[in-house]
Design a protein. Sequence first.
Length: 491
Amino acid sequence: METAAPEASCQPDPENLRQGRQNAFLFAGAAGLAGLMFGLDTGVIAGALKFMGVDLHADDRAQEWIVSSLMLGAAGGSLLAIPVSKYRGRRGAMFYAGLLFLLGTALCSFAPSIAVMIAGRVFLGIGVGFASFSAPLYIAEITEKSRRGKMISIYQLVITGGMLLALLSDSLLSYGGHWRWMLGILAVPTVFFILATTQVPYSPRWLAMQGRRHEAHGVLQKVRGSRQRATEELNRIEQNLKKTRGSGLALLKSSPGFRKTFILGILLQMFQQLAGINILLYYAPHILEHLHFSAQAAVWCTTLLGLANMAATGVAILLIDRWGRRPLLLTSTLIATISLTLFGLLLYMHASGSFASIAVVTLLVIFTLGFATGEGPIPWTMCTEIQPLQGRGLAIACSTFANWITNWLISNVFLSVMSVIGDFGIFWTLACFNAVFFLIGYFLVPETKGCSLEDIEQNVKANLPLRDIGQPRPSTDARPQQTMPLGMQKG
Ligand code: BGC
């Protein structure tokens, strides 16, 4: 046991506390670069695809594989990240993610053939899987409880920022069709990311899990700025670790309530992808050129979608703890359903001319704004909030896997299905998925705003209907409520 004296009797030095917060912010910020890499690597393909398609002689089917191979890698990577981050630490998993990003970037930017390009995208994907599992987990474990939800939501914002930057750089490089530069330039932030992962300390929770108590205490003291607080937090971490000894699978067998939240997590993540956002983010230039936009106009419009995505994610962060999750999700699914239905109608009517062009872009922007205020952030937030501690790792890993696999499926078949059922057919199908997402939200999604994670856990274990698991327990009214989501770790 660490001894808390001599500080125990006096208030911690405010200057030390400030320094501790600054350290935590710095380390979380360094891990947040993983989100930037995630956004850059997934976003860059939209602008590069058309040009590489010509150079590498990639037809629609090959282009689908180029886009979707990253998701397949990420699905595998998010499962593989569980043992890697368990045995090598979250910091280790982020470091390996950086190396994979570098390898993938080199293969993609020098790719002489479609096969090498696909291999490079798979490596990038495994890196994304590692990063998307370990970075939010690291941030959650290094940040103070009161700031954790916000820091992890900001991580989601950084992802959209990475996507936007990739789209912007694509737009600028599109004039010469320099697709190898579009991909290769990502080596620069990747090197910064790798360096950053070597500078941050291991997460205190992971060190405690390894029995490296002394080091865990040292890191906690650095990020809390107080020896006493570090000791208290380490004690809490160790108590918590004792509670989570049983396996997630055992809980899945024994608790019908957990089975329901487990399935809800998977449904939310699947429908987030079926909503169609990535079809737009990856294929928008392709769709717009199909509608007679020039190549440059198409790439710039896609950048506009990236901007709308990031701005609306910012709005969602402001509203999520005020309005609550349900109103945001329901409004968002409605906006997405209506905008995609109208978009399909425009395509069905073969609308043309400048009015139709403006309408096309407006509807796509409205869809993106709708997605980013609810369908985007809520599944990540909710998947962490509704799962009981013992099953959280398993449930999040499975729902994240479902997210990437659905992402892979939908981006893999998009162009082929569009050639069979027509462009309007595919957007009406997506509109239907969004309508089903609305129904899932209406009938199954609980309101978890203002309810402590402990209360949610008790409700789940008491097998309350899903809609009611976010209700505070009557006997715990006096307890302080935790209003922020624990986090949005992918996996
Ligand atoms: C989704 C990603 C998507 C991104 C767009 C995330 O919540 O999981 O698949 O590309 O939102 O902002």
